[in-house]
Design a protein around this ligand. Structure first.
Ligand SMILES: Cc1cc2nc3c(=O)[nH]c(=O)nc-3n(C[C@H](O)[C@H](O)[C@H](O)COP(=O)(O)OP(=O)(O)OC[C@H]3O[C@@H](n4cnc5c(N)ncnc54)[C@H](O)[C@@H]3O)c2cc1C
Length: 402
């Protein structure tokens, strides 16, 4: 079947209307989740999603698909726990197989400090009903016999934390699942339409200026992740966000060697095995800011070295493909969710390295806030004004950043 036919079947082409109740900027998993939830849970169907490229062109089509709830603060644990619950039934809810699969997450630790952090995290997570176990090195081998307990002879493994609900979902499927479900409910999705300005006057946002002309809106939502600073500036807002690239690579397919996610908390590297057999390797964000999505050889060499230190069997697999995406990092490594000081302008920003797993609850919560004017209790700690109020939610350790 040609790509054109599939496109007609999945995404009905509709004209861009001059006015919508809600305009969502950004056709990634978060923007689409917001649009779907507005229509499905609140009957708000005059909604447009404006995407300047194609659905999933941003980080939503480039991530490593990890879904988990083992976070480090009383605010983030319940948030991602609620999201994980929504993930479990998302295929049924959206009537689209998102290939959700629970396989567990094994986080190796090589230093006493990291072990302490994981112990504290396990206690906090248990208090919120999120399963986490602390494993000895022998128990690590029971979970994953391929782990090198000497850490490549350089960084011995002292133990691990294990998070049984750690899961994956196929990222492209999730984007298309939300898009098709939203479309069925009457949401208009426009690819190839770029927002170039916002119509803001008297402290109120009344619509967007696009490459296809102006569009009025009762509410405008920015869900553009790596480009959040650019779009917020169109509303006259300066966000405490810096945009950094995050990269990943896959090897050629190899026989089944690991279940779930295996990571190193001290080496900042993680690896899983896709359904096709590829080893999928990710690491930390690059330390510099840029909007470039070019991948680098330095990342490939360093991530490959680190993954071989914990999983020597990876040395036998040839790297096949690598890529990069943008992460909008906040000072506290937590998302920015909610209405802003500009009336009619809502932010789903600060998606960083965690926006994929959060998308179901971010969409549900923000749709509720837009529809009812009430802030969802789980989203309240993440409001855009928390920086001015000095109420940050610091969780860098969970985000895999320094
Ligand atoms: C390599 C990598 C690995 C990751 N791994 C994970 C993971 O395992 N688990 C996890 O939870 N998170 C992970 N993330 C983070 C996660 O992918 C993102 O936080 C999430 O996808 C953000 O989704 P989004 O919909 O907010 O933004 P995006 O998917 O980035 O979508 C934003 C969209 O906005 C569009 N856009 C931008 N400007 C405009 C404009 N002016 N007008 C119209 N459209 C515009 C872009 O084209 C883009 O399609 C990873 C990210 C990367 C890069």
């Amino acid at each position: 079947m040609s790509g054109l036919l599939r496109r007609r079947e999945f995404l009905r082409r509709v004209p861009l209307e001059p006015r919508y109740d809600v305009v969502v900027i950004g056709g990634g998993v978060v923007g689409l989740s917001i649009a779907y939830n507005l229509a499905a849970r609140h009957g708000i169907r005059r909604v447009a999603v404006l995407e300047r490229a194609y659905l999933g062109a941003g980080a939503s089509g480039r991530n490593t698909q990890v879904v988990r709830a083992n976070y480090n603060t009383p605010e983030t644990v319940p948030l991602y726990k609620a999201s994980l619950e929504l993930w479990r039934t998302l295929s049924q809810e959206l009537d689209f197989n998102i290939q959700f699969s629970t396989q567990g997450e094994l986080d190796l630790v090589h230093t006493r400090d990291a072990l302490e952090v994981e112990r504290d995290k396990a206690l906090l997570d248990a208090a919120y009903g999120v399963p986490m176990e602390i494993l000895t090195p022998d128990e690590v081998l029971e979970r994953c016999p391929h782990v090198d307990l000497t850490g490549g002879g350089e960084l011995p493994v002292l133990g691990a934390s294990y998070h049984p609900p750690g899961s994956f979902a196929r990222h492209d499927s999730v984007v298309w699942a939300y898009a098709t479900a939203a479309t069925r409910l009457g949401v208009h999705i426009h690819e190839g339409v770029e927002v170039v300005g916002l119509d803001v006057a008297g402290g109120r946002c009344r619509g967007v200026l696009t490459s296809a002309g102006p569009v009025a809106a009762g509410e405008v939502v920015s869900a553009v992740a790596g480009w959040s600073s650019v779009v917020a500036r169109m509303a006259g807002l300066k966000l405490p966000i810096s945009t950094h690239p995050l990269q990943a690579f896959v090897t050629e397919p190899v026989k089944h060697v690991i279940d779930g996610l295996v990571s190193s908390m001290d080496l900042y590297v993680y690896v899983s095995q896709t359904a096709r057999g590829e080893l999928l390797v990710g690491a930390e964000i690059l330390p510099y800011t840029t909007y470039s999505q070019r991948s680098t050889f330095d990342f490939l060499a360093e991530a490959a070295k680190r993954v071989i230190m914990i999983l020597p069997i990876a040395a036998t697999a040839r790297a096949m493909r690598q890529w990069a995406g943008l992460c909008d990092m906040t000072p506290d490594s937590s998302p920015i969710l909610g209405r802003t000081e500009v009336e009619g302008f809502t932010l789903a920003a600060g998606m960083g390295t965690w926006g994929f797993k959060g998308a179901p609850i971010f969409g549900l919560g923000l749709a509720e806030e837009i529809a009812t004017g009430r802030t969802h209790p789980l989203l309240a700690p993440f409001s855009p004004d928390r920086f001015a109020r000095d109420r940050m939610v610091p969780d860098a350790a969970s985000a895999g950043t320094h």
